[in-house]
Each structure stands twice: as structure tokens, then as C-alpha cells.
Design a binder for this molecule. Structure first.
Ligand SMILES: [Fe+2]
Ligand SMILES: [Fe+2]
Length: 471
């Protein structure tokens, strides 16, 4: 059992015992009203003391003490607190049972969930030590209610992040399933692939952050799907609103989704391999473009761009690519653009053997490869539309403030001002959140500029509790 689950169970036990103690208060009220016998209540008070001891031990993980402690007497407001804790706890437990919630310590979402459970734990522990005076309980309750307000906000953030994660992993699984079927020679409809492509396009239209998915190393189909979706997201942001692509966006995005269909047949250990490949392994890898193209013929028997993209996405303009060493004139413009997206997405995504490259570095390296003749320069320059720091990046500005990148520049300015996206300040230079939300178009801010992206640890510190999916 992981720490969070254990903690939730202990809190549940504590909450139950507080509820039982609260039953005593109701009984006491009944005696005062003349509807219950004092002897019955006294017996329950003794049991209440024992419950308090149990309650205390539940959180310490110790056996209940033999000696009964004093009974807990809660005001109505205190009782409401306990009930609110119960409701919030149930929500946290339901979230913990969802496999979408990560359990690794250090995962921002898992840490947020655990820390939120700890907050409820702290509230219940404080309720346990409430003094008998009603006025003192009222004062304490007011403070604890404010803590529970924060717990509620955090639960809403966790739910929202899990919805996002669930939608993303659902897409990866849908595509992985389609790729498995394609590899097995089973039928997959173009419509189902277009449906997925449409979702990727709509995300880009709504300005959602680009997500660089990690590859699962235990399943080649999931790895190919995660990568295909990342490449499609990049392509969607480059062709949106481009006259050259008018009416063909979905066709392009479908090709990006399935371009590595041939990877599904690679051995699992090859996907996770850290060191250099053997000659035999290299031959296997170099076969994946043609294997992919052949498996796609069943979907597009008359040929088409998706098949060309699968076959040629590792070819290079200078003839150094594989599998055929094709050169510039033998490669379609669309395939050249997909190759650019493929290289950029691969560099900016985490791999089992290395962390992700900074988007800015990935962009610079892709442009460099184009400059050396491997990729098409004109198509590679389209990457500038993503900006050096794509939406969702958390960056430091030159005055020491921290900002969240909202959107790149648009139109001609996207190509001339890739280092000057639109941002919103999330921390002032003095380290405090801004008093009011502030939006900055860096292209209109003279010399003002981005200095760097924050490290993962810095991102977690600044925005981990607000946007766990961005860190
Ligand atoms: Fe590939
Ligand atoms: Fe690829």
C-alpha cells in the first residue's frame, strides 16, 4: 500500500471515531431535553473516551491505549467541520482509487493529493484537541474552515488535472489500439483516425499547450502512439490557418498520427534500449518505415500521403537518411514538413534513456540540421511559429519575474519575433504573486525579454499546486 492510501485509511478511521464522539453530544442534548436517561449517556461517555483513545492511536499507527481519555464534546460548528472533512476525504479516496492518479512520490499530482490528505489529517487532529468551551471551539472552527476551503480548491485542481490526463491517455490508448490493428492487418477506418486528428486540431485552435508525451517502454504500440500524437500536435500548430494546407489539415494530421506504424513490430527491448544499437538492431530499426507503409496500404489501397509519410519520414534531403537514401527532389513537401516535426518532437520529448531537450534547444537543433542540408529549410522555419518557448512554458523574464507563456505571436510576427510570445506574470520579481492578473505581449515591451525556462524543480515550486500538469 502506498503512503497516501495508508494515510487516507487512517484519516477515515479517525473521522469515523469523531463521528461516534459526536453521537455523544447528541445524546447529551437529549438528556438536557429529558428524552434520554443519564445512565445511558454516562455509559456512552465512557465509550466515547475509549473512542478518543482509538482515534488518537489511529493516526499514530499505535494500538489503542487501555486507559480511556476524556470524551470529545463538539459544538455544532465543530460537528459540521467533521462532516465536511468526511465528504472531502471521500472525494480524495475516490481520486486515489482512480488509476489515472499517479502514485510516485515526486510526481506533482501525487504530491498535491498527498499534501491535501495531510491537510484534512491536520484539521481532524485539531478537532480532536478542541477545548470544551464553545466560544474557543468557534474560533478554532473558523480557522479550520478556511483550511478546508483550500482543500476544496486543491481537490478541484486535482480533478481537473486528472480529467486532462485521462483524456490524453485515452487518446494514446485509442491510437495504440488502431496501430496494433493496422500491424495485425485488421481493418481500421479512416474516419476513426480523422476523429482523433480533429481532436488534436481543435486543441491547437484553442491554444492549448503542446504536450511532449513520454514513450512507454513496455509496449511498442503505445510508444508509437505517444510519439505520433506529439508529432501531430506540432504539425497542427504549424499548418493552422496556412493557405497551403487549406482543407487538408485532417489529412496531414492523420498521416502524422500513423507515420510510425512500423514501430509496432519492433521488439519491446529495442524501444527501451539505452546504449548504442547492434548492427542487427540497426537493420531492424531501418526497416520500420517500409513496414509501416506496407501495413497502411490496407487503409489507403490507392496510395496517399500517409503512406509516403510512413515510408519517407527518415529520408534526408542530402541523401543521408534511410531506408532508401532518397534526396530532395524525390521527397514531397508534406513529407519534408513531417520530417521536421518528427525531429523536433523527438528531441523535445523525454526518452527512456534521456530527459527532454528544452523546446528552444530542440528548435535550434532542428534548424541546424536543416542548415546542414538534412531537412528542408523553408519547412523547418515554420517551427518558429511555435516560438522558442511554446505555450505552457514557465519562464524567467529579465527583471527576475516569472511568467507563463500563453501564446506565440501570430502572422508575420510569429516568424520574426519567436523569442517574444504573449505571457502572463505569475510571480513578481520579489517572489510574490501579482496583485492582479497581468498579460504582457513581449513584442510590445521594447527590450524586455525571456532569460530562460525554469527547471522542473522551480516550476514545481512556483506553479505545482496550481497547474500540476504544467510542471
Ligand atoms: Fe520513424
Ligand atoms: Fe517518428
Amino acid at each position: 500500500m502506498n503512503d497516501t492510501k495508508e494515510l487516507l485509511q487512517k484519516i477515515a478511521a479517525l473521522r469515523l471515531r469523531l463521528d461516534q464522539a459526536q453521537g455523544l453530544v447528541r445524546e447529551a442534548s437529549a438528556v438536557a431535553a429529558g428524552t434520554a436517561s443519564p445512565a445511558a449517556v454516562e455509559e456512552k461517555v465512557q465509550r466515547g473516551g475509549w473512542h478518543s483513545a482509538l482515534l488518537d492511536s489511529a493516526l499514530r499507527g499505535a494500538e489503542p491505549a487501555d486507559k480511556p481519555a476524556l470524551p470529545t464534546r463538539l459544538s455544532q460548528r465543530g460537528a459540521r467541520l467533521v462532516h465536511r472533512c468526511r465528504d472531502l476525504l471521500q472525494q480524495l479516496k475516490a481520486l486515489a482509487e482512480d488509476p489515472i492518479l499517479p502514485t510516485d512520490s515526486g510526481e506533482p499530482l501525487a504530491d498535491l493529493h498527498h499534501a491535501t490528505a495531510r491537510m484534512i489529517d491536520a484539521v481532524l487532529r485539531t478537532v480532536q484537541t478542541f477545548p470544551p468551551s464553545t466560544s474557543a471551539q468557534l474560533r478554532l472552527s473558523e480557522g479550520l474552515e478556511a483550511v478546508l476551503d483550500v482543500v476544496e480548491e486543491r481537490i478541484a485542481i486535482i480533478k481537473s488535472a486528472m480529467r486532462q490526463r485521462s483524456s490524453e491517455s485515452g487518446r494514446i490508448e485509442r491510437l495504440a489500439d488502431a496501430l496494433r490493428r493496422i500491424a495485425a492487418g485488421q481493418s481500421v477506418t479512416v474516419k476513426s483516425l480523422e476523429q482523433l486528428a480533429g481532436e488534436v486540431r481543435d486543441d491547437a485552435r484553442q491554444g492549448l499547450p503542446l504536450r511532449f508525451y513520454p514513450m512507454k517502454t513496455d509496449d511498442p504500440a503505445s510508444a508509437a502512439a505517444a510519439h505520433g500524437l506529439t508529432v501531430a500536435q506540432v504539425l497542427a500548430r504549424l499548418i493552422e490557418g496556412d493557405a497551403d494546407w487549406h482543407g487538408r489539415n485532417l489529412e496531414g494530421l492523420v498521416a502524422a498520427l500513423v507515420h510510425d506504424a512500423g514501430m509496432v513490430r519492433l521488439p519491446t527491448d529495442l524501444i527501451a534500449q539505452r546504449g548504442p544499437l547492434t548492427e542487427e538492431q540497426r537493420r531492424l530499426v531501418e526497416r520500420h518505415p517500409l513496414a509501416g507503409a506496407q501495413s497502411l496500404v490496407k487503409i489507403w489501397p490507392g496510395g496517399g500521403w500517409a503512406i509516403d509519410a510512413a515510408a519517407d519520414h527518415h529520408e534526408r534531403l542530402d541523401g543521408t537518411g534511410y531506408p532508401k537514401g532518397k534526396r530532395d527532389l524525390h521527397l514531397a513537401d508534406e513529407v519534408k514538413l513531417l520530417a521536421v516535426c518528427d525531429v523536433y518532437a523527438a528531441l523535445a520529448s523525454p526518452r527512456p534513456w534521456r530527459g527532454p531537450h528544452e523546446p528552444r534547444t530542440a528548435l535550434a537543433d532542428t534548424l541546424l540540421l536543416a542548415d546542414r542540408g538534412g531537412l528542408d529549410r523553408k519547412q523547418a522555419e515554420r517551427l518558429l511559429r511555435l516560438a522558442f518557448y511554446p505555450p505552457g512554458s514557465i519562464v524567467e523574464l529579465d527583471d527576475g519575474s516569472v511568467a507563463l507563456v500563453l501564446a506565440p505571436q501570430t502572422g508575420e510576427r510569429a516568424l520574426t519575433q519567436p523569442a517574444k510570445p504573449m505571457v502572463t506574470v505569475v510571480r513578481e520579481a520579489i517572489g510574490q504573486p501579482p496583485a492582479v492578473p497581468r498579460y504582457l505581449d513581449l513584442a510590445q515591451q521594447g527590450e524586455r525579454s525571456i532569460v530562460r525556462s525554469l527547471t522542473p524543480a522551480e516550476r514545481r515550486r512556483v506553479l505545482g499546486r496550481q497547474y500540476p500538469e504544467l510542471v
